[in-house]
Design a protein around this ligand. Sequence first.
Ligand code: SAH
Ligand code: SF4
Length: 349
Amino acid sequence: MKNFFDLQFSELEALLESLSQPRFRAKQIWQAVYCNLVSSWLEITNLPSQLRETLQAEYSFSSFSLTEKINAFDGSSTKFLFELSDGNALEAVILRSDERITLCISTQSGCPVGCVFCATGKYGFYRNLTSGEIVEQVVALARLLKETGESVSNIVIMGMGEPMLNYDATLAAIRRFNDPRGLNIGARRITISTIGIPEKVRQFATENLQVNLAISLHAPNDPLRRELVPIAQKYMIASILSACREYVDSTHRRVTFEYVLIDGVNNLPQHARELSTLLKGLLCHVNLIGLNPTSHYSGRAPQKQAVRDFGKVLLDHHIPTSIRNSQGSDIQAACGQLAGKLTGRSRSS
Ligand code: SAH
Ligand code: SF4
């Protein structure tokens, strides 16, 4: 069975043409799937029944199944563990804040980058998701939200995996989220977070998308970054920042730098000063986030005051900075922590 969500609109048109159907059928189906959020062909009642049966025999609207759902104590977030058709795991989260409902979605099952503090990194890498599997996460969660009269306002690509190592599928999915005939989620309400692959950041700059770009930096110098982020052996901070400067020059959009603070490791005053010097003059914003505890890493988040002190150094150097709270840490919102449960897998360190 094929996954409907792997189809581009033009591919659906071609498919319908091959079945001698009029062109408007593609729009009808697209609207039913992405606007009305139907979950079966039978619900698309404005299609001729024979066409419905033909499509139903070939294309499915659900390529993965829900295995576990955990609500945060305060109701602010819900985490979902899905099982893909080949048994691999996938995690996605609904995050609720005052006026927004944000979906945090995955681009890979696991992640090959292996950051030491990240549960997904510990879990290991299984495979890239298809564009359909990335799109389907949003549709599946949007269907659940619809049951309570809610809808998606923002998407963050910050779940399992490194999106720029699954670039084409991720970009195809972003274009689908953005499609005004379908989900119609504005590009400015979508954020892609990456560990920073310079050539992919450059490619992303040419996509002519208003999507927000976040780079997970976590350290102000290469030796320290290499301790936390193994791929830093390959990509120097200077080369990531040079790609970011080109991105800003060509898109006029600012870059967000994510910095996970780990007490006594990357949160010393000298690190804040070094970071300020690095980012001076770059159109950017820094998001500080206290480490979310994971079972395999002994690091701790600094005290709240220490986080504020770190931020103050950046602000004093005129680097726009905010402190992001680690929403849903009681439900293990840092992705990758649930997946091990499904498959019993987790790299031993
Ligand atoms: N691979 C991409 C996107 C997925 S990770 C990236 O690294 O950017 C999304 C964000 O969660 C990253 O900024 C990552 O550093 C952060 N993160 C991972 N593990 C964390 C933890 N234990 N505590 C806090 N943030 C974490
Ligand atoms: Fe992969 Fe991002 Fe986790 Fe690093 S932080 S292991 S890049 S998911």
